[in-house]
Design a protein. Structure first.
Length: 409
């Protein structure tokens, strides 16, 4: 990897970090394209700094002194970057990445994003993974704010760390749903959380809280049950098990993928559900994990007819703000599903999707197809008044509050 540093450094002097078109081609790492963003009105650094230091909102005045101080110190670029979690390759523009080098550190200064998600291609052997997570966390902490170190580690067929490093396995979640035993589900979460924490992870994108309504849905054995009460109880137990090991949890994929018959990885999925059906089946399934204290809820890309807006869930104000914040009462961090998936990339550019997600009420955007375009587009939307700075501060405050709990600020 170090052989890449000199030529890429020369390129950076001409274009900046990550501008050259590069697609991630390594196994299990979603594609990313670092193309130039559309031309947008720019503001001076002075204007950006002035905007970033406006009077605090009522919500900001209720946070801890450390969070309030950190928020006040941050400029707009830093705030917006906190709202993104991406593969580590997205920062320097590498095809694959197994360790941190000087070029990564240089590029992170320009795009200090809030977290990283790791896949099979980022894992080679035990000490390599420890070093990758440790050094990337160190890079972030040197700037004053640590990162969410995240992974999809559900158990069963969806694992990254267990599959690559042969840690203690657990079954697919359907196994625990059939047992309907909260103690065994708790132990599954505790087992996963134990080895994740040991390697330096602090966020798991699990458990799945969808209900198995349509047997043709894309999730299969990743779902606990067709009974929303069983799903609620089992997902709550896994949440508690993961959290017992200081791993942040993520319920997914609100408002529910279980009634669908397509695959959002490849294309749009429309699910015909009335609001009454959602309140009887999908919403109760998420209730247990929310009450158990899940840190994140991931909103999926499925278009649910009851929303009435024909938008992917994570781009819909009805789904995110009215249903998840309002009806469900969730006050933690709302994260989108991956914006590298076909349901998003086939319809929206990276900046369009990011702007729509934030307008809908999403706090963190996962894996934009083009990180630079997404960040720059969101920044331009604030500078041109399309998104109020208060909206950005609201999400960044939630992120910083969680990071304070984790000792990352």
């Amino acid at each position: 990897m170090k052989k890449l540093v000199l030529p890429m450094l020369i390129l950076s002097l001409l274009t900046g970090c990550g501008d050259s078109p590069v697609e991630l081609s390594a196994v299990s790492v979603p594609a990313a394209n670092f193309s130039e963003p559309e031309t947008v009105p720019q503001t001076s650094e002075a204007e950006t700094t002035e905007a970033a230091s406006e009077a605090p909102t009522e919500a900001e005045e209720t946070v801890s002194p450390k969070v309030a101080k950190k928020l006040k110190e941050m400029n707009l670029q830093e705030k917006i970057c906190q709202m993104f979690v991406a593969v580590p390759e997205a920062v320097p523009g590498y095809n694959s990445m197994l360790y941190v080098d000087d070029w990564f550190n240089t590029c992170y200064e320009e795009y200090p994003i809030g977290g990283f998600i790791y896949f099979d291609a980022n894992i080679s052997y035990d000490q390599q993974l420890r070093d990758l997570l440790g050094r990337s966390q160190e890079t972030a902490m040197d700037r004053g704010i640590g990162v969410f170190q995240s992974v999809d580690e559900e158990g069963g067929s969806i694992t990254r760390v267990q599959k690559m490093l042969w840690t203690d396995p657990v079954y697919d979640m359907s196994h625990y749903g059939k047992l309907n035993d909260v103690d065994k589900a708790y132990e599954a979460g505790r087992t996963i959380g134990g080895y994740l924490a040991d390697y330096g992870f602090n966020v798991d994108f699990a458990p799945v809280a969808d209900v198995n309504i349509n047997p043709s849905n894309e999730l299969g054995n990743r779902i606990f049950s067709s009974d929303p009460i069983v799903v609620s109880d089992m997902s709550a137990a896994v949440v508690k098990g993961l959290k017992s090991q200081d791993i942040c949890t993520t319920l997914k994929h609100f408002p529910g993928l279980g009634a669908g018959d397509g695959n959002t990885h490849y294309d749009s999925v429309h699910i015909d559900r009335t609001y009454e059906q959602l309140t009887i089946e999908e919403f109760p399934a998420f209730k247990g994990g929310i009450e158990a204290g899940t840190d994140f809820v991931m909103v999926g890309h499925q278009v649910t007819s009851a929303s009435g807006d024909d938008l992917p869930g994570d781009l819909s104000p009805v789904v995110v703000t009215d249903w998840l914040r309002g009806e469900m009462g969730f006050d933690g961090i709302i994260i989108s599903d991956s914006h590298s998936m076909g349901a998003i990339t086939n319809v929206y550019t990276s900046d369009e999707a990011a702007i729509m997600a934030v307008k809908a009420g999403v706090d963190v955007i996962l894996m934009p197809y083009d990180l630079r375009t997404a960040v720059d587009g969101l920044k331009a939307a604030v500078n041109t008044g399309k998104i109020p700075l208060e909206r950005i501060n609201e999400s960044v405050t939630r992120i910083l509050e969680k990071k304070e709990e984790l000792g990352l600020i």
